[in-house]
Design a protein around this ligand. Structure first.
Ligand SMILES: [Mn+2]
Length: 426
C-alpha cells in the first residue's frame, strides 16, 4: 500500500485552494437552498465496488497489450484494489470472479481485512472453458441443449455461492453468453425454458439473506440472438425466479441510443433493480471508462436513483459496481477516475431541486424542467468530492498522489510481466 505520510504530503499543496473553492461553492449552493455539508456527507458515505478483473489490463478480440506490474493472482489484485480505496475512499468492496480468483477463503478474508476491504457480489463464469472441466460451453451453459452441461453450469454457480458465503458476500451475479450465431440454430423458446429451469436450481440454493442478480447483454459472444438480451427478458427472469432475484443493469449492454435511465426507472418502479455495472460506450458494449463519453447520461441515471431515494422507495438498495476494460491506461488510474466519476454523478443528482422539478413537470413546463436538471449538472462539485476525500485522510487529487507514490514502479519490479495471450475482455 501507499504510505500514509505520502498521501498527507501530497495533500499539502492543494489544501488551501480546496478550502477556498469549497467555501465559494458552499455560498453558491446556500443561495440555492442547499447545505453543502449535507451533500458532502452523502458523498463520503457512498461507495462503488471494484471488479477484481478491472485491475488487470483488458483487451479486445484482436489483442491484449499487457501493462507493467500486472497482478499475478487474486492477492495482487486485492493489493491494487486496496490502493484505489486508499486514495479515493470510494471503493470499499471488491467483486470476485470465479474461477479466476479462486483461493483459500481464509487467506482471502485475511488479505481483505489487512487492506480494509470487503467482498461484494460473486461472479460466475460459464462463458469460457476451464482446463479441468468435462463439458464445453461452446454451445451454451445454463441453456445448453444437453442436461449434463446445464448441470455442470448450475454446479459451478453453487460453488460460487459457497465461496461467497465463506468471504461475506451477499449476492451472486450471473451473466451467460448463451445464444446463437445463425437463424434457426436454436429454438428461442426451448432455449429460454432450459435457461429458466437451470437458473431456478441456482436460485433454490441461495441463502435467505442473499440476492441473485441476472445481467442482460444485447449481443456478444453470440451475434444473432442472445438468451438474456434485454431488460425485458431480465425482468421476466427476476419475476419467474422470485423475490430474491433482481435485474442487474450494465450501462453498456443496450442498443445505441436506448434510454437507459428510463429502463432504470421502470425496473425501480416494479421493485427489481438489483444493481449496476458502470462503464461508458460510444458504439456498443465498449467497456470504456465510466463518464468518459457521456457524463450527462450517467447523471441522468443517478437522477433516477436519487429520485427513488427521495420518494423513499421501499427496499431500495441497488449494488453499485464498476465493470470496464482498460486497454490503454493504467487500470488503477482508470478505476480511480471512474470511481470519482460515479461519485460526481451522485453528487450532481443530489443537487437537483426536486420540488421545483415536480412543479414544472405538473405544469408541463418542459423548458424549465430541463433547465432544473441542467442547473444541477453544470455545477462543479469537485470541491465537495475533494473535501470528502481530504477529511477521510485520502487524497485530494488521487491521480497525482498515485503517480507521486511510485506504486506502479514498485510492483513492476516485484511482478514479472504477464504474457499477452488471451483476449482478456469481460
Ligand atoms: Mn457487466
Amino acid at each position: 500500500m501507499i504510505a500514509k505520510d505520502a498521501i498527507a504530503q501530497a495533500n499539502e499543496a492543494p489544501s488551501s485552494a480546496l478550502e477556498a473553492d469549497y467555501s465559494a461553492l458552499g455560498e453558491q449552493l446556500d443561495r440555492r437552498g442547499i447545505d453543502i455539508n449535507a451533500i458532502k456527507q452523502k458523498v463520503a458515505n457512498y461507495g462503488v465496488a471494484v471488479p477484481s478483473w478491472g485491475v488487470g489490463t483488458g483487451g479486445t478480440r484482436f489483442a491484449r497489450f499487457p501493462g507493467d506490474g500486472e497482478p499475478r493472482d487474486v492477492f495482487d489484485k486485492l493489493d491494487d484494489c486496496g490502493v484505489i480505496h486508499q486514495l479515493t475512499g470510494a471503493t470499499p468492496a471488491v467483486s470476485l470472479h470465479i474461477p479466476w480468483d479462486k483461493a483459500d477463503t481464509n487467506d482471502l478474508n485475511a488479505k481483505a481485512e489487512q487492506l480494509g476491504l470487503t467482498f461484494d457480489a460473486m461472479n460466475s463464469n460459464t462463458f469460457q472453458d476451464q482446463p479441468d472441466q468435462t463439458r464445453s460451453y461452446k454451445f451454451g451453459s445454463l441453456s445448453h441443449a444437453e442436461t449434463a452441461t446445464r448441470q455442470q453450469a448450475v454446479e459451478h454457480n453453487l460453488e460460487c455461492i459457497e465461496i461467497g458465503k465463506a468471504i461475506g458476500s451477499k449476492a451472486l451475479t450471473v451473466w451467460v453468453g448463451d445464444g446463437s450465431n445463425f437463424p434457426g440454430q436454436t429454438n428461442f423458446t426451448r432455449q429460454f425454458e432450459r435457461y429458466l429451469d437451470a437458473t431456478k436450481q441456482i436460485y433454490a440454493a441461495l441463502p435467505a439473506d442473499w440476492r441473485l442478480f441476472t445481467e442482460h447483454k444485447m449481443y456478444e459472444p453470440a451475434f444473432y440472438s442472445t438468451v438474456v438480451q434485454d431488460w425485458g427478458t431480465n425482468y421476466m427472469i427476476a419475476q419467474e425466479l422470485g423475490e430474491q432475484a433482481y435485474c442487474l443493469v450494465d450501462l453498456g449492454h443496450h442498443a445505441p441510443n436506448v434510454n437507459v435511465e428510463m429502463i432504470v426507472a421502470r425496473i425501480i418502479q416494479f421493485g427489481k433493480l438489483g444493481g449496476f455495472h458502470f462503464n461508458d460506450s460510444k458504439y456498443g458494449d465498449d467497456d470504456l471508462d465510466t463518464g468518459s463519453i457521456d457524463p450527462f447520461r450517467l447523471f441522468l441515471v443517478f437522477n433516477e436513483l436519487v429520485d427513488a431515494e427521495y420518494r423513499q422507495v421501499e427496499d431500495f438498495d441497488p449494488a453499485h459496481m464498476l465493470d470496464q476494460s482498460h486497454n490503454v491506461t493504467d487500470p488503477i488510474e482508470s478505476l480511480i477516475m471512474s470511481a470519482m466519476e460515479v461519485q460526481r454523478a451522485y453528487a450532481l443528482a443530489l443537487l437537483v431541486d426536486r420540488e421545483a422539478l415536480e412543479g414544472f413537470q405538473e405544469a408541463n413546463d418542459a423548458l424549465m424542467a430541463t433547465k432544473t436538471l441542467k442547473q444541477a449538472f453544470r455545477t462543479d462539485v469537485e470541491p465537495i468530492l475533494a473535501m470528502a476525500r481530504k477529511e477521510k485522510g485520502t487524497a485530494i487529487d488521487p491521480i497525482s498522489a498515485f503517480r507521486a507514490s511510485g506504486y506502479r514502479a514498485k510492483v513492476s519490479a516485484e511482478r514479472p510481466a504477464v504474457s499477452g495471450a488471451g483476449g482478456g475482455i469481460v
